[in-house]
Design a protein. Structure first.
Length: 252
């Protein structure tokens, strides 16, 4: 079997990448109550199409499986969103995300507990791991990190979020694509301020239309911090967000 590999050139640095060992950091969307969930979104549902005598379920005697699907991208699993998530103007993720491969850096941080009990990812901790011009995408893994992230219901739990100043630092570093295992970069209840989203997209004054935020990923602890080739896959939906499948490849 022929090995599948490629050469990546980034700002004068040449790296080799093997395309045969992908590291999937998405959380699958599982119909029913078993998957990850947030913001009180109803769980995803899948049910067979019925038309006359036809039923799209081989378990019920149908000739094929042919299912309807109902889901909430922002609440039911790994998803990628564009500035259309917060803007009055309609932007779709299918229009905003025009490239799908990026040099990405994976870092691990501990959210800090502040006086009011919130747990926040702050600029100081990101600065220690990420420097300007180092990558196009940042993958932010938070601690503690375990398999429970694949099935936690975050609704009403006030999960950790990212400080707006930290998001401004990412912009200064040239990060166009942020991926995080948090359900949102903003506080669960913030009276609609959305300070972190707005800081990252520079909304509304200098909107970064090409930039995306991916939430509810899961990066196993076995994957070390460092640089990777990121393949960010979405469905071709004309909506502000899409279920997505970010995949990492080791660089050498």
């Amino acid at each position: 079997m022929t090995a599948l590999s490629a050469t990546l050139d980034y700002r004068g640095r040449r790296m080799q990448v093997s395309l045969e060992e992908p590291l999937d950091i998405s959380i699958p969307i599982i119909p029913g109550e078993m998957g990850v969930n947030c913001f009180y979104a109803p769980p995803p549902e899948a049910w067979p199409v019925e038309a006359g005598s036809f039923i799209g379920d081989t378990a019920q005697g149908g000739s094929v499986n042919f299912f309807n699907l109902r889901l909430v991208p922002h609440g039911n699993g790994t998803h990628t969103e564009c500035v259309g998530h917060i803007s009055s103007k309609r932007y779709s993720i299918n229009q905003c995300l025009r490239r799908f491969h990026f040099l990405a850096k994976l870092i691990t941080v501990y959210p800090r507990k502040i006086e009011n009990g919130d747990r926040v990812v702050v600029q100081e901790d990101i600065e220690q791991a990420l420097h300007p011009g180092e990558a196009e995408a940042l993958i932010l893994r938070t601690m503690p990190n375990d398999d429970l992230k694949r099935k936690t219901n975050y609704s009403g739990a006030n999960p950790p979020f990212i400080d707006a100043q930290a998001m401004q630092y990412l912009v200064r570093c040239g990060i166009d694509h942020l991926l995080t295992d948090l359900p949102s970069v903003d506080r669960e209840e913030d009276a609609g301020a959305l300070a972190a989203h707005k800081a990252f997209w520079k909304y509304p004054d200098a909107i970064r239309e090409q930039s995306t935020i991916t939430e509810l990923i899961y990066v196993p602890s076995s994957i070390p911090d460092g640089l990777y080739l990121l393949n960010l896959q979405i469905a071709s939906l004309e909506l502000d967000a899409s279920p997505s499948k970010p995949v990492l490849f080791v660089l050498k």
